[in-house]
Write a protein that binds this ligand. Structure first.
Ligand code: NDP
Length: 246
């Protein structure tokens, strides 16, 4: 286990799926953890309870990532309540699917706001609080690198923005010792993409390992980047996709 004792993390979209797994893993590694959620207050409360049972402090903040002001306030709340901020994990996400001709402007704006603008705004809000050895880790998608089926133009475009943001922030924050990285998962068994869903067999067939991965397996990579092992990894985009893009 990497040692995050004494550190504070904020994970957006930490009520379920990959975000919840990341929040719990960082807590197991020693961090106090704040999470945001959009509507699943009960599930966010369960994650907080589990973190507290590990002996860490925890906080859940309702903040729609499509709302830039709410994202900034969530960062401020984490700092105020937990006393500092060392690790920001931009995870909250949605999966718009369908022919690109049918995507409405509202859906386009909302998806870009959740995946790209929120990550930018959260990094801006977090930056003054991050000390040397601070971390910004975003959860992108392997679909930003390779698009193996139609219907995901908006999703792939919105996640692609994180590649540029990650490299640029790595340059901008590097002199302060802050690392900035992108984790790009592939098919991961969550509510968004259940391993027994309609397209699961096809997705499984695209992997090199022949299987979905668990949210905990993605969280393990995030924990490595957040811990001492990630100290000189920056500006990197790491595929965690069971070899789908191999
Ligand atoms: P889930 O749908 O299981 O969980 C999504 C989480 O994000 C929930 O905590 C949800 O909150 C939160 N969330 C969604 N929209 C918003 C919003 N507007 N504001 C704040 N929080 C929000 O998804 P996953 O865990 O599967 O996905 C997590 C991330 O991983 C996403 O960015 C996704 O794109 C990415 N990803 C997932 C893959 C997969 O196969 N599962 C593959 C590649 C990338 P609430 O509970 O309140 O709804």
């Amino acid at each position: 286990m990497d040692d995050l004792t004494g550190r504070v993390a904020l994970v957006t979209g930490g009520s379920r799926g990959i975000g919840a797994a990341v929040a719990l893993r960082l807590a197991r590694d020693g961090a106090d953890v704040a999470i945001t959620y959009r509507s699943a207050a009960d599930q966010a409360a369960l994650v907080v309870k589990e973190i507290e049972q590990l002996g860490r402090r925890a906080l859940a903040v309702q903040a729609d990532s499509a709302d830039a002001a709410a994202v900034g306030s969530a960062v401020d709340a984490a700092v105020t309540e937990l006393g500092r901020l060392d690790v920001l994990v931009n995870n909250a996400g949605v999966f718009p699917y369908g022919p690109f001709e049918e995507v409405t402007l509202d859906e386009l704006d909302r998806t870009l706001a959740i995946h790209a603008r929120a990550a930018f705004v959260a990094a801006q809000a977090a930056s003054p609080h991050l000390g040397s050895d601070g971390r910004i880790i975003s959860i992108g998608s392997n679909l930003a690198e390779r698009v193996p089926f139609p219907g995901i133009a908006l999703y792939a475009m919105s996640k692609s923005a994180l590649l540029g943001l990650t490299r640029a922030l790595a340059r901008e924050l590097g002199p302060r010792g802050i690392t900035v990285n992108l984790v790009q998962p592939g098919s991961t068994d969550t509510d968004m993409n259940p391993a027994d869903g309609d397209s699961a067999e096809h997705q499984r067939s695209l992997t090199a390992l022949g299987r979905y991965q668990t949210a905990d397996e993605v969280a393990a990579t995030v924990a490595h980047l957040a811990g001492p092992g990630g100290r000189t990894i920056t500006g990197a985009s790491l595929l965690v996709d069971a070899g789908t893009n191999a």
